[in-house]
Design a protein. Structure first.
Length: 133
């Protein structure tokens, strides 16, 4: 992970490609609760495996209420909102160029300010001409 080891993180929302033993083990080792959708053909892990409780609960919930509801209930759907915003930032340049986390944050803050300015310039100002009635 790129974040410092002492950085507190409550949850990590990752896509289905991270539905692996290694991902769950790495996250839980740091005390991070993984929010990873199980693959569509996922089978429950044995109880001895690190992360099996979390993953098996996600599999059971997906079977019980469906993947769509599980994604809303778990907060997984917010990931797409973040990805959309990152896409907007990246459109301002080909990619995030900074290598360290602090510099990436600073770079994205500058891009966010630009994006907000562009958004403000492009928003129409609506004025009521006459009252309906």
């Amino acid at each position: 992970m790129q974040l410092p080891a002492d950085e507190p993180i409550a949850t990590a929302t990752l896509d289905g490609a991270y539905d692996t033993l290694g991902s769950y083990a790495a996250l839980l080792e740091r005390g991070i609760m993984p929010v990873i959708p199980p693959r569509k053909n996922a089978k429950a892990w044995k109880s001895k495996i690190v992360g099996s409780e979390v993953r098996n609960a996600a599999i059971a919930a997906c079977k019980r209420v469906g993947r769509r509801i599980w994604k809303r209930w778990s907060g997984y759907h917010r990931r797409s909102l973040v990805e959309t915003k990152m896409h907007c930032f990246k459109r301002l340049g080909s990619r995030v160029k900074a290598r360290t986390f602090d510099r990436q944050v600073a770079e994205l803050q500058v891009r966010a300010a630009l994006l907000n300015r562009f958004t403000a310039l492009g928003c129409p100002k609506t004025v009521a001409v006459a009252a309906m009635g």
